[in-house]
Design a binder for this molecule. Structure first.
Ligand code: GRG
Length: 297
C-alpha cells in the first residue's frame, strides 16, 4: 500500500466524522450542562475512529453518498464511545485513563458516566432515524435493526457479559473467539455493513464485506491483546498491562506473544482473501486491514 495516500484518505474522513460528531452532540451550555459536557468529553477530540473509517471504506465499494455514510459512521462511533465509558466504570474494568485523558467517571462522576453512555446510545439511534441513509425506507429500518442487534445482548453487550464472567478463568482459543466476535467484532462488522448498505450493495458484495469484517474484527482484538502486553501506556493512551493485572484471559495468555502475532497476520490474510472478488473498489478496506493489524497504538 502507499502509506501516504492512505493517511491522507483517513485524515480527511477523520476530520469529517469529528465535525459531524461535534454538530450532533448537544452543546455543553445547554441544560443539563454537566451531562452534555461529559458526553462531548467522552466522544470528541480523540480515538482512532476505526469504525467510521470502515464504514467509509465499505461505502466506497458500493458508491455510497459519503454524507450518508458519515451519519452511519457517527452512529457506530457513538455506540463505541458509550461502551468505552461504561467499560471503564469501577463496576466493570475500573480504569482511570482513556484516549490519553482521565476516564469519564474520573473527570466527572460515576452517575454522570452512566448517563453519558445511556444518552450516547440514544443519540446514535436518533441519527439513524433522523437522516435518510437509504433510498428504500425498509432498508433503512433493517440498518437500524442491524446496529441494535450488534450493540445488544447478542452482540457487544453480550460479549461484555462473557468477558466479565471470564475473569480469572482460562479460556480456550474457540472460547476466546466466541467472546470477541461479540464484544469487539459485532460493532466492527456493523460498521462495515452499514457503510456498504448506504450505497447499492448486492448480495455478493455484502457477503464479502461481512466475511472481511468478521476476520478483521477478530484481528483487531488479537492486536489489542498484543498491544496491551507490549506497548507503553503513553502510546496507547490507556493503561497498559491491564489484562494480566486483572487476570483476564487473552490471546496472549492463551497463545503467547509470537503465536498471537502470527494469528493476527493469518486473520489479515483471511480478511484480504474475502475481498479478492471485489477488485479495486475494495482498496480502502484492504488498506484498513493493514492499518488494523500493523498499528502500534
Ligand atoms: C460496556 C456494553 C459494554 C461494552 C464494552 C468495547 C467494550 C465492550 C469494551 C472496551 C474494552 C476493550 C479494551 C475492548 C477491546 C477492543 C476495543 C474495543 C478497544 C478500544 O477500541 P479502539 O482501539 O479505541 O478503537 P479508540 O479509543 O481508538 O476509539
Amino acid at each position: 500500500m502507499n502509506p501516504a495516500d492512505f493517511q491522507s484518505w483517513a485524515a480527511a474522513r477523520q476530520t469529517r466524522i469529528e465535525a459531524v460528531l461535534e454538530q450532533v452532540l448537544p452543546l455543553s451550555r445547554i441544560a443539563p450542562a454537566r451531562l452534555h459536557a461529559a458526553m462531548r468529553y467522552a466522544v470528541l477530540g480523540a480515538g482512532k475512529r476505526v469504525r467510521p473509517l470502515l464504514a467509509f471504506a465499505a461505502g466506497e465499494l458500493t458508491r455510497a453518498d459519503p454524507e450518508r455514510v458519515v451519519i452511519a459512521g457517527a452512529a457506530v462511533e457513538l455506540i463505541h464511545a458509550y461502551s468505552l465509558v461504561h467499560d471503564d466504570l469501577p463496576c466493570m474494568d475500573d480504569d482511570v485513563l482513556r484516549r490519553g485523558k482521565p476516564t469519564c467517571h474520573v473527570e466527572y462522576d460515576e452517575a454522570t458516566a452512566l448517563l453519558v453512555g445511556d444518552a450516547l446510545q440514544s443519540v446514535a439511534f436518533q441519527l439513524l432515524g433522523e437522516y435518510r441513509l437509504s433510498d428504500d425506507p425498509a432498508d433503512q429500518l433493517d440498518m437500524i435493526k442491524l446496529l441494535a442487534t450488534a450493540a445488544g445482548s447478542r452482540g457487544m453487550a453480550g460479549g461484555q457479559a462473557i468477558d466479565l464472567e471470564s475473569v480469572g478463568k482460562k479460556l480456550s482459543v474457540p472460547e476466546l473467539e466466541l467472546m470477541h466476535i461479540h464484544k469487539t467484532g459485532a460493532l466492527i462488522r456493523a460498521s462495515a455493513l452499514l457503510g456498504a448498505k448506504c450505497g447499492k450493495a448486492d448480495e455478493r458484495a455484502l457477503t464479502a464485506v461481512d466475511t472481511f469484517a468478521k476476520h478483521i474484527g477478530l484481528a483487531f482484538q488479537v492486536v489489542d491483546d498484543v498491544l496491551d502486553a507490549e506497548a507503553p501506556t503513553a502510546t496507547l493512551g490507556k493503561t497498559a498491562g491491564k489484562d494480566a493485572q486483572q487476570n483476564k484471559p487473552t490471546y496472549v495468555s492463551a497463545l503467547g506473544l509470537t503465536d498471537s502475532k502470527a494469528f493476527a497476520e493469518e486473520l489479515r490474510q483471511d480478511a484480504l482473501r474475502a475481498l479478492a472478488p471485489l477488485g479495486e473498489g475494495a482498496l480502502r478496506l484492504r488498506q484498513l486491514a493493514d492499518f488494523i493489524v500493523l498499528r502500534r497504538f
